[in-house]
Write a protein that binds this ligand. Structure first.
Ligand code: WTA
Length: 655
């Protein structure tokens, strides 16, 4: 980490109050109620979190709310809880029994749905199936599947019997899968024959088979048949999903596990370095997933919640599975590419299922923008009442587009900042209460103490860029990096160790600033901060300025070492579809545009036009690879998380 501060140059003054119409139906719209909650959270944080935990079912209550042994937290320590019970059993004993839990649409257009009671039966059958194979509490089960309901069933079946799941994104290669299985020492792998992606059948099973050859820990592979094609077992460790559950009872009595029992390991998308297996435990994680889901998305009983994240990411864990299902909500999930077979697809799904809430990523929003307004405008999206975003800083341009074209200026936008490590949302508006500003995740949620500090831990001034830290433990925090506690301490807890004033700050790795209203503006990963003529600039701001130009769809900015200036900025940009431009004049125009919006200090030295940018599979731009291309022409770092290798080849050719 560099010693200096981060210069913030972007100014965004627009403020949007929640509409009266939204407020009327919001579950929390009374300022007094909000102020009371915030006051309790500030003055008695432990009592506040205890109240949130009480919204779940506990088999036995806790005695200690928080035990903090820097940097390790135990939440609700003596409590006994079962995540699967909370997501299923307590609903089937209520009026939610016949409520739809999952609507699912496959990429080819096939559909399925499960009521809570149907889902409960399937999960029980699978839990019994796992037990019949000898899988026990404490074993690790790897799940390598696409976005199908059975992936959720597999997760909840593991949670039900106390097995720790390790979901590995279905787009990963066999090497990445192997590494993640080996690192977690998984005993069982659950996969499927094929997934559909852009109309093509991809064999997950084949990839899994290759990986398993090098994984001695795997004793069983369970294969779900996604298609009607006959699928046969090819080794004596293989078993077909439907055969495994066929004669299993559809009931299973869930027992309570220790609150700190490991619920899952999840490997981070790894935009830098070797993937880290973050370990999350049960009681605290579920408390935070439930609290944030119900508050940030303002959930009511009629909502149909459409989260486009894959089950392989933390968003798929917290806001497809555990948050929504613990709250008895209806989720809508989709298997394939959001713009397949054409850019109507996502809007068509929303229209058909009458989704009320859409939660997606800035990268997806920018893609929709790039393809053109005519696609969403051709659909009736009036069911939508709330829009969310996560994963990267959203540039004001995309935010406004989302709000006006998709939300018709009626839907509040919840820009939610959080991480795999935090388990749940940390900074986001409560939509019926907090006015929003395009590009800001607004305020830390009640219960979360976040700040922006200098290298020495002292507080930054208003609008001064610095390092985003969390100042006190929160229930959803990852407990360690699986198998590498030293790395956990070093990466997250060594920058701001405890001193006479505090008990140690969690370092997020993100740069940020806080404005005069206390709003947080995330400036991207600190690793992506560039130093130009002695000023440290967050690349996100320069990118945001570039994307605010009408011809530009996406931008990534990196620094190239320069003898005179230390660094100069190189921008990679993609152009919107159907925009006719003269490249040379556009280059000049873009440089001027950045100078005008941010200042000449941020003026890019060069602009490169490209078809697409290298991204992680969760949609984050991998600036590290662009830096390597520019400085050495060779990629030497880890590329296992890269979405599309062809992008790199194209970029190299353009060199
Ligand atoms: C970035 C995703 C700005 C940030 C849940 C963080 C964001 C990293 C936002 C975590 C946001 C996530 N605004 N940046 N609303 N949300 N990020 O682990 O850099 O995949 O540290 O978790 O994404 O990514 P992860």
């Amino acid at each position: 980490m560099n010693n200096q501060n981060i210069t913030s140059l972007l100014q965004e003054d627009r403020l949007f109050e929640p509409s009266e119409q939204f407020k009327q139906n919001a579950s929390m719209s009374s300022k007094k109620e909000y102020d009371d909650i915030r006051k309790l959270a500030q003055e008695h944080p432990l009592e506040f979190w205890e109240k949130q935990a009480q919204n779940l079912h506990w088999f036995e209550s806790w005695k200690t709310i928080l035990e903090w042994d820097y940097p390790h937290a135990s939440w609700f320590k003596e409590g006994k809880i079962n995540a699967s019970y909370n997501c299923l059993d307590r609903h089937i004993n209520s009026s939610h029994k016949d409520k739809i839990a999952i609507y699912w649409e496959g990429e080819p257009g096939d559909t399925k749905s499960f009521t809570y009671s149907e889902l409960h039966k399937q999960v029980c059958k699978m839990a019994n199936g796992l037990l019949s194979l000898g899988i026990q509490k404490g074993d690790v089960v790897a799940i390598y599947m696409g976005m199908i309901p059975e992936a959720i069933i597999a997760m909840l079946a593991c949670a039900r019997i106390g097995a720790t799941h390790n979901v590995i994104f279905g787009g990963f290669s066999s090497d990445s899968l192997r590494d993640r299985i080996q690192d977690s020492q998984a005993k069982c792998l659950i996969t499927q024959d094929i997934v559909f992606r852009k109309g093509v059948e991809l064999s997950l099973r084949q990839t899994a088979q290759e990986a398993v050859l090098q994984c001695n820990s795997i004793q069983h592979t369970i294969i779900f048949q996604r298609t009607k094609h006959q699928c046969s077992v090819s080794s004596d460790i293989d078993i077909l999903w439907h055969e495994l559950i066929e004669n299993q009872p559809d009931n299973h009595i869930a027992q309570g596990f220790d609150s700190e029992h490991p619920l899952f390991i999840l490997y981070t998308s790894g935009s830098t370095g070797k993937p880290k297996g973050l370990l999350h435990t049960t009681g605290g994680y579920l408390t935070q997933a439930h609290y944030t889901f119900t508050r940030v998305f303002d959930i009511n009983n009629e909502d149909i919640f459409f989260c486009t994240a894959d089950i392989g990411w933390i968003t798929g864990h917290s806001y497809v599975t555990y948050g929504p299902l613990s709250a008895g909500a209806t989720i809508l999930i989709y298997e394939g590419v959001l713009v397949y077979p054409d850019a109507h697809r996502i809007w068509n799904i929303i229209e058909q299922y009458k989704a009320t809430i859409l939660y997606t990523a800035p990268t997806a929003i920018r893609t929709f923008m790039k393809l053109g307004d005519q696609f969403p405008l051709a659909h009736n999206l009036s069911s939508l009442r709330l829009l969310g975003t996560v994963g990267e800083p959203i540039n004001p341009e995309a935010w406004i587009w989302y709000k006006s074209i998709i939300g018709k200026d009626m839907c509040p936008i919840v820009d939610t900042w959080w991480q795999t490590e935090t388990g749940g949302i940390m900074i986001a508006p409560i939509p019926g209460i907090i006015a929003t500003k395009p590009g800001s995740a607004t305020l830390p949620l009640p219960g979360i103490l976040a700040n922006v500090v200098h290298k020495d831990g002292s507080q930054c001034d208003i609008n001064e860029g610095g390092y985003l830290v969390i100042m006190s433990p929160w229930p959803g925090m990852a407990r360690t990096i699986y198998g590498d506690n030293e790395r956990y301490k070093k990466v997250y807890w060594s920058e701001y160790p405890p001193n006479t004033e505090h008990q140690g700050y969690y370092f997020t790795g993100d740069g940020a600033r806080i404005d005069k209203d206390g709003y947080f503006w995330i400036m991207g990963r600190v690793d992506d901060v560039v130093n130009v003529s002695g000023h440290r600039l967050g690349t996100a701001e320069v990118e945001s300025a570039l994307v605010s130009h009408p011809a530009i769809a996406e931008a990534a900015v990196i620094a190239k070492p320069d003898d005179i200036k230390g660094n100069v900025l190189i921008a990679f940009v993609t152009i919107k579809k159907d925009v006719n431009v003269d490249i040379n004049s556009l280059k000049q125009e873009l440089k001027d545009h950045v100078s005008m919006h941010i200042g000449s200090i941020a003026r890019p030295e060069d602009i490169r036009f490209t078809e697409s940018l290298p991204k992680t599979r969760s949609g984050k731009i991998m600036r590290r690879l662009l830096r390597e291309i520019i400085s050495t022409g060779i990629i030497s770092g880890d590329t296992t998380t890269l979405e599309d290798f062809n992008v790199l080849e194209h970029l190299r050719e353009e060199e």
